[in-house]
Design a protein around this ligand. Sequence first.
Ligand code: URP
Ligand code: ZN
Ligand code: ZN
Length: 460
Amino acid sequence: MSLLIKNGRIVTATDDYTGDVFIEGEKVVALGKDLPYTADTMIDASGLLVLPGGIDPHVHLDMPFMGTFSSDTHETGTRAALFGGTTTVIDFVLQRQGHSLREALTEWQGRATGTAVGDYSFHMAVTDYNDSTKKEIKEMVEEEGITSFKTFMAYKGALMIDDRQMTALMQEVRQQGGLVTVHATNGDMIDYLIAKHRAEGKLAPLYHYLSQPEVTEAEASGRFTDISNYTGCPGYIVHLTCEGALNAVRNATRRNQKVFVETCIQYLLLDASLYEKDFEGAKWVMSPPLRQPKDQTTLWAGINQGLVNVVATDHCPFRWEQKLMGKDDFSKIPNGHPAIENRMELLYSEGVHKGRITLNKYVEVACTNPAKIFGMFPRKGTIAPGSDADIVLFDPLKEHVVSAATHHMNVDYSAYEGWKLTGKVRTVLLRGKVAIDDGNCLVEKGYGQFIRRNKVNSNI
Ligand code: URP
Ligand code: ZN
Ligand code: ZN
């Protein structure tokens, strides 16, 4: 099957021109003005942006967490992602402490294989690093194409590793050509502050925020950056939220160190005043918590300075009845919020349309950098001859309103309910196939493929 997209405004991280894209099977074959091809299908893209499929490298699908499971499965989550213009996601496999990485991978494969609608890959979260886990790192990289290893410096007693394990893990991951990603907050300080607030009877969602002050993130980001520098292992800080943490990374550039930084759409757009809405604030209980307007300013500037490389979501949805598990105690509210479907449209509307970032920067942080950093480029993350034909036709003028009544995520509220956006996904191709068209999903459960990833190059 062949497909010709005609007269669209083709935008990559570096280019911006009007032309055609010719696709054969799953791949892009040619780009240019007035291409001399005939095709089985022709799409007129006049007035539309032609963008690479979005890549969200931070999502939690069907994940056991805080006594429940995140509510989007690999089916509902990847389908919702497609509706929002994200064609590939990277989900987290969580090692159970006392068990192997292999056991965890088998469990996650059992949930994702044959289920996903869109393409996906896995990060491996190492929660218990020891001599036998060490042997499995090479196996993950060489045999499974899993080249990124997630660590938690918080969630004490469940997921957290200490600095001894972090140092040893980073040495091994460096040897094997991988990357270590981190949830960088100080788990001991947070543990203490949660216990203190609970003992004082301070149990509302606001105290989730007050138990994770900026210093907990700034300190851990600096510590991780130092261990990354010492070991020489490429490092990536997930969901960075604030000025103090970004300054830790900025300081590291003074010794010529590169640390990759991801922020998430919510930290750019929402702030901690939402925790003052009594229990409704539980909708935005996530870790790290939302911060202050000055931190939003820092993050937008960080994107334009090239310090913040990726805008992801940390999509970890829970239905309202799950959030109610913490009705009487903020520490029992499952942490996370839904955004997998909204990221590309929110970032376009609030970023590009409002003049905070350029269109090329938009593609860079939402599509190209995640592909480059995580070893999928140029197969994913751009539109070029030989790349997968993962393409979004985006109407930059279309106005619409975000609502749980119309979204496709398996969650009964929207964290952005009523937001009026400019710019909407119209058509999405996934490996050459029309997956979404005018609000309809045209691909089945199981169409999504697992994407093996290459070793990491820290100079993207
Ligand atoms: O609140 C969050 N972020 N939930 C998901 C787990 C994590 O820390 O990323
Ligand atoms: Zn996290
Ligand atoms: Zn996360």
